[in-house]
Write a protein of this length. Structure first.
Length: 291
């Protein structure tokens, strides 16, 4: 039931087509799995036109000196929040319009077939949700939700966009480039007059429901994912170098449980030295070949 979509390769590193032997090895790995635990990263979404951070030559860090906002800076500084939300406001229409690619759809179908036990994504782009995945945890949250740091009230990012437009009817800015979290690049001069709404219920600070750099994933969520991993018999990492510890910890747990681990990622990962199988291919090119 996978619908074929043309991949957007703008932010995908160069790689060779899947080797038939590699396809056979991954097929064997998946066929032997009865309760597969899958963890995805930014590399599964690059084929939907969303850049990642670390890919050689095409990732954000390779192309620019930009770095994502830090949690402490967002909480502490009103000017940092103004800069973040102005850039996010400009980038949101494009970012929210991205659609799942073949890789997302294959994993959805594996779930429907009972092959995929649980999916954990490190991405905040909602593409797995758009694809129809349900047995899933968004480890770092999702940009499509916004909540108040003071009272916890939650609204959709689409609703917040309307508040931004009402507060800034004449404000306009031309974006330069795009970042993995939907951010765009604006100058300080451009964001100076941008107005940021407060929480409609208590006047508190509004923040995307995502784990910013420097913040931590809740212990409840970590415990829940460990429970799903404990029920699984193998682990597949798709599109992640696993450089961030919040995701890497689950690979370490899988290793400690002696679960077989397969990696599908263009370029080196933090798991290469203990994985059972490592494949350097595009997720959207190799995953559809597995039955």
């Amino acid at each position: 039931s996978v619908s074929r979509t043309s991949p957007n390769l703008t932010f995908v590193p160069d790689c060779l087509p899947p080797d038939p032997m590699a396809v056979e090895e991954l097929q064997h790995f998946v066929s032997n799995s009865k309760r597969l635990f899958v963890m995805t990263g930014a590399g599964i979404s690059t084929e939907s036109g969303i850049p990642d951070y670390r890919s050689e030559g095409v990732g954000l860090y390779a192309r620019t000196d930009r770095r994502p906002i830090q949690h402490a800076e967002f909480v502490r500084s009103a000017s940092a929040r103004q800069r973040y939300w102005a850039r996010n406001f400009v980038g949101w229409p494009q970012f929210s319009s991205h659609q799942p690619n073949t890789g997302h759809l294959v994993l959805r179908d594996w779930e429907k077939l009972g092959k995929l036990h649980w999916l954990v994504t490190q991405n905040v782009d909602a593409l797995h949700t758009k694809a129809g995945s349900q047995r899933m945890t968004e480890l770092h949250g999702c940009t499509h939700r916004v909540f108040c740091l003071a009272c916890g009230d939650q609204i959709s990012r689409f609703e917040l966009q309307e508040h931004f437009e009402a507060l800034n009817p004449t404000w306009k800015a031309e974006a330069f480039g795009v970042a993995p979290d939907g951010d765009v690049f604006l100058t300080d001069e451009q964001v100076r007059n941008f107005q940021v709404p407060a929480c409609r219920k208590c006047g508190g600070i509004l923040k995307p429901d995502v784990t910013f750099f420097g913040d931590t994933v809740s212990q409840e969520k970590v415990k829940f994912v460990h429970q799903r991993l404990a029920e699984s018999d193998s682990m597949l990492v798709a599109g992640s170098s696993m450089q961030v510890y919040s995701g890497y910890r689950f690979a370490l747990a899988a290793r400690d449980k002696q679960l077989p681990i397969a990696i599908l990622n263009i370029g080196p990962t933090r798991l290469d030295h203990f994985a059972s199988l490592k494949l350097n291919s595009r997720c959207g090119e190799l995953l559809p070949l597995i039955v």
